[in-house]
Design a protein around this ligand. Structure first.
Ligand code: 5GP
Ligand code: MN
Length: 326
């Protein structure tokens, strides 16, 4: 399979890389990492996402060239019409591209991902649920393809960001020694680990810190007997704290630090929907709930979904699904 990927990349001139809606560190890291590597091989490469990425990742090399389809539909369509090869990174189902889905051309593509139940069909499907992150899998593929000489500091940094964020700074999903072999490879390519941690995790606004305190104090509901905790961010809360995209990143994980809490859900209200983040610990499976009840999916311990009901109805439904009697 790697030979087929190499053949396509070698003959391609214009390559387009895609990541999923609401890009996270892994999606952005993978697209930017691969972009740098392919550029260093002499290819024309573009990165297109359905919408914008969070501010705390804008320092990544090449982030300024990323196209958000929601903001630049015409430019995105023009680039798509020129593509002779495409790579889908950190998703395995076209619905994760939202509005961009309908504009994907019938061009050969590879998929590199670590989510369960792939729906995309391609002979170049690098789908590996044992990988901590798409960036870990991609690093492995780059080495297997003998493209590692094209990894510069920017590429290594982007790939490291994906591994770092998808494992919650090596907190979860990171017990496989291979993860650390890939990290070691990237450190050898010049990653400044401490600077990356500072840029990703210690560069938030004062507003975010105060929002976090408010959410923990006023908005956290704990159901110890169910091992479940819930936090709800309403539109009014967002207004109050001048909410910016990314400000609630990581909030869903915090209740899992409470002894006995093994499932956590974070709800965020939008004009037309409620976005939901699900997390669980160890053997407790959570993606089934996201898939079966909330139009979503994801991994065993980390999933997401969307509800098109009101916030109140969504909370009621969620509590019922979680077995809470009220
Ligand atoms: P997050 O809570 O960080 O948004 O998402 C957690 C994980 O679930 C990520 O790996 C993400 O790719 C996946 N995920 C989030 N939302 C959705 C969704 O709507 N559908 C599917 N299939 N996966 C999702
Ligand atoms: Mn990922």
């Amino acid at each position: 399979m790697i030979e087929l990927l190499k053949k396509h990349v070698e003959s391609a001139k214009q390559i387009v890389l895609f990541g999923h809606y609401n890009p996270d560190g892994d999606a952005l890291g993978a697209t930017l990492g691969l972009k740098s590597v392919l550029r260093n091989m002499g290819k024309e490469v573009a990165v297109i996402f359905p919408n914008d990425f969070p501010d705390n990742l804008s320092w990544l090399g090449g982030a300024d060239e990323v196209l958000a389809f929601s903001k630049n539909p015409d430019k995105s369509k023009e680039i798509l019409s020129l593509a002779d090869f495409m790579v889908m990174l950190d998703f395995n189902d076209l619905s994760r591209l939202n509005d961009l889905e309908g504009f994907i051309p019938d061009t050969p593509f590879a998929m590199i991902d670590h989510h369960p139940l792939p729906k995309l069909d391609t002979p170049m499907s690098f789908s590996d649920t044992s990988a901590s992150s798409t960036c870990e899998k991609l690093t492995e593929i780059i080495y297997d393809a003998s493209w590692d000489k094209y990894i510069d500091k920017d590429a290594a940094t982007a790939l490291f960001v994906g591994i770092l964020t998808d494992t919650g700074r090596f907190n979860h999903n990171s017990s496989n020694p291979k993860t650390y072999r890939m990290v070691a490879n990237l450190l050898e390519k010049g990653v400044d680990k401490d600077a990356v941690i500072d840029a990703v995790f210690d560069s938030y606004s004062e507003n975010r810190m105060r929002l976090m305190g408010y959410m923990l104090n006023d908005k956290l509901e704990v159901f110890l007997e169910n091992g479940f905790a819930l936090m709800v961010l309403s539109m009014a809360d967002k207004d109050k704290f001048n909410y910016q995209i990314g400000d609630s990143e990581g909030f869903v994980n915090m209740p899992l630090s409470i002894a006995g809490i093994t499932r956590s859900v974070f709800l965020q209200e939008y004009e037309d929907k409620v976005r939901m983040s699900f997390r669980s610990k160890g053997d407790i499976v959570i993606n089934d709930i996201a898939t079966e009840h909330f139009n979503g999916g994801g991994h065993k311990n980390a999933a997401g979904g969307t509800s098109f009901e009101t916030l109140e109805k969504t909370i009621l439904k969620l509590k019922m699904v979680m077995g809470i009697r009220s």
